[in-house]
Design a binder for this molecule. Structure first.
Ligand code: TXA
Ligand code: MG
Length: 347
């Protein structure tokens, strides 16, 4: 690992990545080094997914608990059986519809994949990302790439190379800067080792879209995510969290409650930041900092700006953050999942 020097940041064209740069980055992956790269969801922190030693470096760099498994990224369906086995037909139907794309399938693990990747589970999470830089890196590395989101454990996922540099700059070797990511929240994690299939994490592919292909789908309840034997170990940790305490405000009187909270915190001498949709922005003028992440009616835009918004508020030097809730339909399920996990309190 590159402990002293900052990671090298290299700009790449997201639509037509430079072959020479990608060949070098692929070589670094083969050497067991850590390369951050853009996917369509968020930036990933990549390492050779078939090397236990390289994968261990990911956990160290992120400060990630070793019982939280990583997703393997492949560039072609031909590579699926290098990482998984006993693949059900439903996986091929889902892959045909959603890959490349923001859907991670949990399948039986091929024993060629080191224990470190799956945190000892006999299953593996795998997806083909829909980003030319990610695909080019996997091809150049000639190996499946293990990659969690490229943030320090517990922090909001990175949607720009600058976020990655901020969190991990001194701990990784290279950052491929392909600009801002498109979806903004991570992939949907779908467990296909159970019947009916179970969504372990809502994400870029919506529950409504999945049901059209697989029929019945279960959604792992929030209660089950936070206690008992974890189906997806990552779910039991606090996530996506800004360092400043975040109060998530729900209910029909949301705007009124936020206005009252701002007044209360101000009276206590605390500086307040607000995360909101543009429809209500004019009501929050008394706050010290208001970050608008898009129109509430456009959940795609809210998802795209969510993590960057949380990071901006965290850097604003306020004492407490207050966030609006959003509609849970479509990608709203992923937005609200992330906000609930980021919140220190929900009122
Ligand atoms: O969009 C994404 O999924 C991004 C990009 C980089 O691909 N990656 C990502 O990785 O979000 P990470 O490590 O931040 O989140 C992976 C999630 C965790 O909740 C983990 O517990 C779950 O997937 N997961 C991975 N393998 C699993 C397995 N075998 N069984 C159950 N859950 C698994
Ligand atoms: Mg993550």
């Amino acid at each position: 690992m590159n402990l002293n020097a900052e990671a090298k940041v290299i700009t790449v064209d997201p639509l037509s990545p430079d072959r020479v740069i990608l060949a070098k980055a692929g070589e670094m992956i083969r050497q067991g080094r850590l390369v951050a790269f853009p996917t369509e969801t968020v930036y990933g922190l990549g390492a050779n997914g078939l090397s236990a030693e390289a994968v261990r470096r990911i956990f160290v760099a992120k400060g990630r608990p070793t019982d939280n498994p990583l997703i393997l990224h492949i560039a072609s369906l031909n590579d699926l059986l290098r990482v998984a086995c006993q693949v059900p037909l439903s996986a091929y139907a889902l892959a045909a519809r959603f890959w490349p794309g923001s859907l991670t399938l949990v399948l039986q693990r091929n024993k060629a994949v080191p224990d470190e990747v799956s945190a000892g589970l006999d299953t593996i999470g795998v997806r083909i990302p829909a980003h030319r830089v990610a695909l080019a890196l996997i091809r150049a590395g000639r190996t499946p790439i293990a990659a969690p989101s490229a943030n320090r454990a517990g922090r909001p996922s990175p949607t720009t190379a600058a976020h990655v540099l901020h969190d991990l700059g001194e701990r990784i070797d290279l950052i491929l800067d392909g600009g801002e990511t498109d979806v903004g929240v991570e992939s949907t994690v779908l467990d296909l080792t159970v019947a009916p299939p179970c969504i372990l994490r809502p994400g870029g592919i919506t529950i409504e879209e999945l049901k059209k292909v697989t029929g019945k789908v279960d959604l792992l309840g929030v209660e089950k995510q936070d206690s008992g034997p974890a189906r997806s170990p990552g779910l039991k940790y606090r996530h996506y969290a800004p360092q400043t305490p975040l109060i998530l405000v729900s209910g029909a009187e949301m705007v009124e409650k936020i206005i009252a909270l701002i007044a209360q915190y101000k009276a206590e001498g605390r500086r307040v930041g607000v995360l909101a949709g543009e429809e209500n922005s004019s009501y929050y003028k008394e706050a010290d900092c208001v970050v608008i992440i898009g129109a509430r009616a456009d959940l795609t835009q809210i998802a795209r700006n969510l993590f960057a918004g949380l990071r901006r508020l965290d850097a604003a030097g306020v004492d407490v953050l207050v966030a609006e809730i959003f509609d849970e339909q479509g990608i709203g399920a992923a937005i609200m999942n992330r906000l609930r996990k980021a919140a220190s309190e929900i009122i």
